[in-house]
Design a protein around this ligand. Structure first.
Ligand SMILES: [Zn+2]
Ligand SMILES: [Zn+2]
Length: 201
């Protein structure tokens, strides 16, 4: 975790134990040493889940299942606004705090498999928009509606200012996942998206 991220994080992020509990034993979770603010772990040696790393979105799902929090960033339009910015569908939210740097795994997978928008979660038309770098690598590995791209770039102008990234309109057939043409659906894990025709190589 960078110093900037550490200083921007709310104080309770420093100690996740009262906020996130183990899915198996219910004891409070700790951050994984090298993945602070990203992965949690149960330190109860008696627990069947001890030592298994849990991503924030999964621990947050558990919070919601326990009724300790309510889902905030479900699919829909307009987007909810938290901390002065619109919250994308794929961003996990805990106690009103969006985890801006993190991605909700199953939601991103849903966007990839079912050609849905990563910002609003709703279905895309035949074409959608992606932000690509000069090598044709798709940022966040999912597409957007044009209105949602405008919303995202207005909220985060750095999106298109960093490393010569640019927005491009693509069809699903233009995209490769992990280097192969996309299958219709059914991938089990998140794939790295590229647009070969937009890459320099
Ligand atoms: Zn446990
Ligand atoms: Zn959208």
């Amino acid at each position: 975790m960078s110093l900037e991220a550490a200083t921007m994080a709310p104080e309770w992020c420093l100690d996740p134990q009262p906020w996130f509990s183990c899915l198996d034993c219910g004891v409070g979770l700790y951050w994984v040493d090298l993945a602070h603010g990203e992965l949690l772990i149960c330190a109860n040696a008696q627990c069947v889940g001890a030592g298994i790393e849990v991503p924030v979105w999964r621990a947050q799902q558990h919070r919601e299942a326990l009724g300790l929090d309510r889902p905030v960033s479900d699919a829909g339009w307009p987007r909810p606004v938290l901390e002065g910015r619109p919250v994308p569908y794929v961003t996990p939210v805990t106690a009103g705090h969006p985890w801006w740097r993190l991605t909700h795994g199953p939601r991103l997978l849903h966007c990839q498999n079912d050609w849905c928008c990563q910002v609003c979660g709703q279905g895309l038309e035949a074409s959608g928009w992606v932000v690509v770098d000069p090598r044709g690598m798709v940022q966040t590995d999912a597409a957007m509606h044009e209105r949602c791209l405008r919303l995202a770039t207005a909220a985060c102008p750095h999106l298109l200012a960093v490393a010569a990234q640019r927005a491009a309109q693509v069809r699903r057939a233009d995209i490769h996942g992990d280097g192969r043409p996309l299958r219709d659906s059914g991938a089990l894990t998140r794939e790295q998206w590229t647009v070969p025709r937009l890459g320099a190589a």
